[in-house]
Design a protein around this ligand. Structure first.
Ligand code: ADP
Ligand code: MG
Length: 238
């Protein structure tokens, strides 16, 4: 069963078409990566899945539901960005529960959810701190906690690790992989880093100039690139 289906999706900003007929699907629980050079349309595609950008043409389905005109808050998704905008004056616990509070989830349920997520991400000791007292990696974990606590159908990541230094990036990559194994959520992960995509995803969509050049398992994309662009971008042997 597919939990995300994108058909012939197009997006124009004014006269400029930046997505030119995208077709991708993710099976339930699958981790897919969107890779490609800066400007190829990855963030625009993710924002459209999230409902933050309108659809010019085509279809986006989450589960069986056509969501083209569904408001972001009603799409049952959670998104983590590279600039993990935590509220600086709130504690980690408050940052994680903020959305639940505004939706009127009762306190016992909120506490239970925080406990579950904090244990998963190993951030129990940080719950009383403020974002200013956290390292980059810890902040990124809290941002993931805020997404996880909502128990969404779909996880969207837009280059979540690109602000971290190289060593931490590799550590967090491992964390995200473990987390996905444990939680098993359908995930769409945007990165310009081929190695990150190869390590994390069960299938990779390689994008270039608003089109998907190839959508396949990492090893297939690497060993049998569909064209010269994919070969060059993925660093496949000549
Ligand atoms: P990526 O995330 O792969 O770097 P983006 O999706 O951010 O690429 O951008 C794809 C193209 O769309 C770029 O040429 C960018 O300049 C353009 N673009 C993105 N958002 C807008 C916008 N709001 N208005 C006009 N052009 C945009
Ligand atoms: Mg981007």
């Amino acid at each position: 069963m597919s939990s995300l289906t994108i058909r012939n999706l197009r997006k124009s900003f004014g006269a400029v078409e930046v997505l030119k007929g995208i077709n991708i699907e993710a099976r339930t629980g699958e981790f897919i990566a969107l890779v490609g050079p800066s400007g190829c349309g990855k963030s625009t595609l993710l924002a459209m899945i999230a409902g933050l950008e309108s659809v010019s043409e085509g279809e986006i389905r989450i589960g069986d539901r056509l969501v083209n005109s569904v408001a972001p808050k009603d799409r049952d998704i959670a998104m983590v960005f590279q600039s993990y905008a935590l509220y600086p004056t709130m504690t980690v616990r408050e940052n994680i529960t903020f959305g639940m509070e505004s939706r009127g989830v009762p306190k016992p349920q909120r506490d239970e959810a925080v406990k579950r997520v904090a244990a998963l991400l190993q951030i129990e000791p940080l719950l009383k701190r403020k974002p200013g007292q956290l390292s980059g990696g810890q902040r990124q974990r809290v941002a993931m906690g805020r997404a996880l606590v909502r128990d969404p159908k779909l996880f969207l990541f837009d280059e979540p690790l690109s602000n971290l230094d190289a060593k931490l990036r590799v550590d967090m990559r491992t964390e995200i992989k473990k987390l996905h194994h444990r939680v098993g959520k359908t995930t769409v992960y945007v990165t310009h880093d081929q190695v990150e995509a190869m390590t994390l995803a069960s299938r990779i969509a390689v994008m270039h100039q608003g089109q998907v050049q190839q959508f396949d398992e990492p090893q297939v994309v690497y060993d049998r690139p569909a064209n010269m662009f994919v070969a060059g971008f993925m660093g496949s042997p000549a």
